[in-house]
Design a protein around this ligand. Structure first.
Ligand code: K7E
Ligand code: CUA
Length: 618
């Protein structure tokens, strides 16, 4: 049965109308709707004790976290703290994770990017950007923990167009969303056009996942928005969408919406690497910055209507798809035609030494998807799916005929879509998550703010079927969905204690002890069901205590906690881990500490006392 597909009269979108519509976000009206057929529950049902087929990693937006869901059940499995302290796991509470956070208490996590081998997810790492502070984090999927945070990257002024991993995980990129002077010093804002610049940063990824800033590229002061890495024939290139090619600096909703076309930039990162090797860069704030005017062939601009948001490379790597949020069409550029136009120097101008190609020379189709196209995903069967923010719909269209063949209503105001293995060379074509910005009436009312609404769409039927609502915390912008069996074989069930190289590790009670170094007191402590050892100690006011706590358990899921009363010390220590708490009491007295993570029948007894002596010892 084919559902009713909502149609709208073709609107001549004026800039102002579009901007207002975006601001008020046209949601699909009130009233609850359900569009699923009878066996929907069975398709998402995962019996107790059974595993889901997929992991979905959803960004946590300004919560600074990553949410892990199982699909198709939609069960929330875990939250991985990344850019924001979190007390249950103790992220940002022990000395190592505190150091990784670098003093920041928040991040704005937008785009999770799974590591790839030959263009397919390989289950090793998940990268995620912090837009606000221009950072990128790596989560290791053997332990589902944040293991590295790089940044704030010098010269990059907010990092939105990130992380979209290259075909063999050579690079992740960062790009300025809010251009600023490079280096960032005082300039009059009125000198925006001449004194401000964007920067694209190439962060190289080593064999062990370690990220290092390789080089940066200076750009005009556009607002870099989204990116995607080439694959197959377009491997070696990375594509960035931008708005504000007008180079405005105030009232952007009007002033940055003037041009009929902005750009998708294509950057040849191998050429960037060669330029650096040839010494064609300047050091700016510790980064090797390339001026594209000095390196012909490094970068090109493909005109794309209108304030494009998402740029997405199709699974074959032959098409570059731009989603102009103020256009009613999604534009398809051909990579081959782009290369031909470059060879023929079919240019219509340049910005800062970056040639602008002729729109008609690279474009192969304008697909009339509907209003407010933002992002496109793929099913590996020749179809693309574009989110329509203003229409609150998903449009399915053919990569062969460029015809729209199906639409489904979502609730409401969809941002990103995430398809199962959707950013790879081989999407599985089973599931599509619609990551909606507004849920309004979909859940039990809980005050003015509602959960974010993810909705699961079954792609295996002739028409799209929306079959499950999945509420989430704030606020998934994007997600990637990987087959669980790519991850499961890598997952550690414990931290093997023999691989624990923490300098203060202990294996048993006999290795524990208390040592003093000036005003510092180092306590090597063991945590094991069901006690800490040592569990009583006395220090003098003015001393700083470092508790180095090793959980010597080698049993799956037996974690202990370590929390000190009247302090900001609390963390979880997983089997085989050592973590360090730093505590400087500011008053004499008794400070009980305890295991804050339920671990056994005698969990309640797992505690100890720190006595802090006043000056004079009484
Ligand atoms: Cu919200 Cu990719 Cu940051 Cu689009 S982004 S919606
Ligand atoms: Cu150890 Cu609770």
């Amino acid at each position: 049965m084919r559902r009713y597909v909502r149609t709208r009269p073709a609107l001549a979108l004026t800039v102002v109308a579009a901007a207002i519509a975006l601001l008020v976000s046209a949601c699909g009206g009130g009233g609850q709707q359900s569009s699923s057929t009878g066996d929907a529950a069975q398709r998402v049902y995962v019996a107790p004790g059974e595993y889901d087929d997929y992991f979905a990693f959803l960004s946590g937006g300004h919560s600074g976290q990553v949410f892990v869901y199982g699909l198709p059940s939609g069960r929330h499995l875990n939250t991985i703290p990344v850019f924001t302290p979190e007390s249950a796991s103790g992220w940002g509470f022990d000395e190592d994770s505190k150091a990784m956070l670098g003093g920041f208490l928040w991040g704005d996590a937008h785009h999770p990017g799974l590591s790839e081998t030959d263009g397919d997810y390989d289950g090793r790492w998940l990268f995620i950007n912090d837009m606000a502070n221009a950072r990128i984090a790596r989560i290791d999927l053997d332990v589902f923990k944040t293991k590295q945070i790089i940044g704030p990257l010098p010269n990059v002024s907010a990092n939105h167009a990130s992380t979209f991993v290259t075909e063999n995980t050579e690079y992740v990129f960062a790009a300025s969303r809010f251009s600023a002077p490079v280096p960032n010093t005082y300039q009059s804002i009125a000198d925006y056009k001449n004194k401000f610049n964007g920067v694209i940063a190439a962060v190289a990824i080593g064999d062990d996942g370690t990220m290092n800033l390789d080089f940066e590229v200076l750009t005009p002061p556009f607002h870099w928005d989204k990116s995607d890495a080439g694959k197959g024939p377009s491997h070696g290139w990375v594509f960035f969408s931008c708005y504000n090619s007008e180079q405005a600096y105030t009232k952007l909703e009007v002033n940055a919406s003037q041009n009929e076309r902005d750009f998708i930039a294509a950057l040849d990162w191998r050429k960037g690497r060669e330029a650096v090797a040839a010494g064609k860069f300047k050091m700016v704030d510790g980064a090797k910055v390339i001026d594209p005017a000095d390196v012909p062939g490094l970068m090109y601009l493909l005109p794309t209507p209108k304030s494009p948001h998402g740029v997405d490379i199709d699974p074959s790597g032959t098409r570059i798809i731009g989603n102009g949020k103020l256009a009613a069409v999604t534009v398809v550029h051909s990579f081959e035609k782009f290369q031909a136009a470059v060879a023929e120097e079919d240019f219509i101008g340049e910005y800062g030494g970056i040639p602008v190609l002729r729109y008609e020379a690279t474009r192969v189709a304008e697909v009339p998807v509907g209003l407010g196209p933002l992002h496109t995903q793929f099913d590996g069967k020749g179809f693309a799916y574009t989110s329509l923010f203003l229409d609150s719909q998903v449009a399915k269209w053919s990569l062969d005929t460029y015809e729209v063949i199906d639409k489904v209503d979502v609730h409401y105001s969809v941002g990103h879509l995430a398809a199962s293995e959707g950013d790879t060379k081989h999407p599985t074509g089973e599931w599509l998550l619609s990551l909606n910005k507004i849920s309004k009436d979909r859940y039990l009312p809980m005050g003015p703010t509602h959960p974010e609404g993810a909705q699961l769409i079954d792609l295996t039927r002739p028409t799209m079927e929306l079959i499950l609502d999945i509420p989430t915390y704030m606020e998934p912008h994007y997600g990637q969905i990987i087959k669980a069996d790519k991850v499961i074989p890598r997952v550690k069930t414990i931290f093997p204690i023999e691989e624990n190289h923490h300098a203060q590790r202990v294996l048993n009670e006999s290795e524990t002890g208390i040592t003093r170094d000036g005003k510092d007191v180092h306590v090597k402590m063991v945590a094991v069901r069901t006690h800490f050892y040592p569990d009583t100690l006395t220090v003098d006011l003015g001393e700083t205590v470092y508790f180095h706590v090793t959980n010597v358990e080698q049993d799956r899921d037996i974690a202990h906690g370590f929390g000190i009363l009247r302090s900001n010390v609390d963390f979880q220590i997983e089997p085989g881990e050592t973590k360090t708490a730093k505590f400087t009491p500011d008053k004499p007295g008794i400070y009980p500490f305890y295991c804050s993570n339920f671990c056994s029948a005698l969990h309640q007894e797992m505690q100890g006392y720190l006595a802090v002596r006043p000056p004079g010892g009484r």
